[in-house]
Design a protein around this ligand. Sequence first.
Ligand code: FE2
Length: 449
Amino acid sequence: MDYLDLNQGALAPVTDECICNNLSVEGEIPRDLNGMLVRNGPNPFSGKFSGQGVLSWWPEAAMLHAIKFADGNVLEYRNKWVRTRKWADFFDARQTPLLLDTNPNVNVISQGNTLLALAEGGPPVVVDAALETSGQWTAQTEFTRGMTAHPKIDPVTKELITFHAHWSEPFLRYGVIDAKGVEIVNMEIDIPAPAMMHDMAVTETYSILLDLGVGYDFSLLKKGYRIPVCWQDSRVSRLGIVPRHGGEVSWLEIKPCFIQHVVNAYDAEAEVIVLDAVRYPWYFKIDPQTREFTPDPLGELWRYTINLQQRTVHEEQLIESNIELPRINELHTGRYNRYSYAVEQPTAAEMRGIIRYDALTTTIQRHSVDAGDNNSEPIFVPDRNGTAEDDGWLLLSVYRQATDSNEIRILDARNISGKALATISLGRRIPAGFHGAWIAMGEETGRGR
Ligand SMILES: [Fe+2]
């Protein structure tokens, strides 16, 4: 687990907040790219990570980064820490913190004109288009106490479909919040033991919860391990299929695995669901001889075809490449998607290169990134003038080792192997964090609710 050098290269934190204008651009920014790319990730207030390895990385303070585009121009880059209680303690104890003790450093989403920063350990936090912290999410929902960093938003109904997996009872809660922020489904789901669940999938009619091979074991902390989760051979890996608006959960067993991120799911035909996901044969496994965590395997793209009537799941690996951080055109969330995009992992220490997988032709296109460099997940921005699923752009944040700074690449999503349409040099780093989102112009009012 501990191969990461946190204070050098792509992961290295920045020491300040800034607003940068006059960014240099090579190529031509599409005129219809109107909005902002927001990224989230850990960045210590001190500007330096205090340890090494992922466990010194994951918990650090949430910093947001935004790059704004309008009418063929890049307007600015800015970054800000989320104003948590710990932020106030570090920078200005006189300020009344806007937030409880939470650190939403994993993801950002926009729903119903509200931009949310998320991490599964705490409540969602509302931020505005200037990345100022507005406060805690005040939607009328049980999930204000904590929820996954990967809820799904139905592109048509704008419902937010979510869950909260916890180590104490109830171990699993599932819910749906409508476009106005009102909770319309909130149900506890009984599972035999607490499970580490990071992501979920939805179709137009069902939601899919992932009760897999990684579970909680607090005796690990007493034995000196830094986390209370590990792979457990005794666990049964299961997909929980629940009707979107509540009802009986169908649990279907699959081969032992762990899924960090799903690509998408959809209703292929009546009572048949297709789920594509990044699968690991195991994760967080402790070697019984050395009693140390073994290096995690690399993720693979797998397809699960779920037949609810027959109660069967067909499992197949789709491509040989090692990938992570998959994205799609989110107008297809819960609907058929032909194209998937993801980061390639040539080795465990690298996030380098992008693939575009065409499920119809089963072919792959690649966008390569130089050795020594590192890139974020590819965020798909639909072209509002387009009609095809792949009419749009992919936005990547790429760390360039040669300049110790990041650039934003804008790729034609139809042809990612070609040269970037435009490259914006930021002149400073966006530390490789976790996830990001495209916020189209007008979507982000930052109004809390
Ligand atoms: Fe994630």
